[in-house]
Write a protein that binds this ligand. Sequence first.
Ligand SMILES: [Zn+2]
Length: 351
Amino acid sequence: MLLCAASPAAARRRRASNGNNSIDLNNPANINSASYHSLYNGPGNGNGGDNSNAGGNGNGQANGLDGDPNIPRGLSGHARPGGGGGSGSNGITYWGGPVMTKAAVTAYIIWYGNNWPAGHPALTVIPDFLQILGASAWWRMSNTYYDGANANVLPAVNFGGSVTLATSKTTLSDADVFNLVASTITSGKHPADLNGVYFLLTSKDVAQGSVRSNFCGSYCGWHTHGSVAGVGNIKYSWVGDSERCPAACAAQALGPNGVQAYPAGTDGMISVIAHELTEAATDPQLNAWYDTRGYENADKCAWTFGTQYTASNAAGTYSYNMQLQSTAGGTRQYLVQRNWVNAAGGYCSMQ
Ligand SMILES: [Zn+2]
């Protein structure tokens, strides 16, 4: 999760109602951006130095605030002291828990809610994104994370396909999310896959959370894990259609893949999905990679996009920072938040 705007030291993990699992949250833009800019970059964020640790003014400040000044390149990498939580020499620390290194992570989609009509761009663009993401420079940043055996997250992502669940209610508790995800496995809709991350994607009519902590008000997505009888510990994520609250959970009013009727939500979701997927891979049980404030890799760069470009589609003008092949041929543009590279002192980047 990202921190709350008012208090950067606020605890970022809350207990889920479905047991003793904590959940990692991706907070709304209007919370994150305020806190991010004031905490890390200050005015002048977005200097375009997103691939240069030395040149990125935000990176130096971030590391300083972390209490982890940059160290020479030769001292980073996999070297770390034995025992304890590691040194965090790249501004993020390995705390000893499992990392998804056994195989390429497989992302599964579960559609839920009453507002996924045919023609909604999410239905085609999100599967397309997940099929191609593993080949991207963006995903390769996840490859800088490793487990206690020095095995790295693989620079690949599999797409496990999409299923649709009947919508029984439009306000989901955390326990509801777990139960819906688990039902796709126990019913055989999706395979039981301990190398998988199951994404429950809810349409804009669906609320999630509680009065105190909820979609649009305090977060845009989250990931966690839970035990399914006879299967084991599964990793899963919930992400809601940002069209429900584009000012909070989408980076712009029209995304690269937006259409007139659904301008912002699909791209808002894609940025959150990418964030949650890399966090699930590097911190699947919330006890592997995060910094001393509790930020996971993507949290450290949330709602920052580096160098952006402008383009137009039939619905208007938008910004993008990534262009990937489409499985349908040609390319697609995306605006995806940056991620934290666990090397060279640590820095936010798109690659
Ligand atoms: Zn997060």
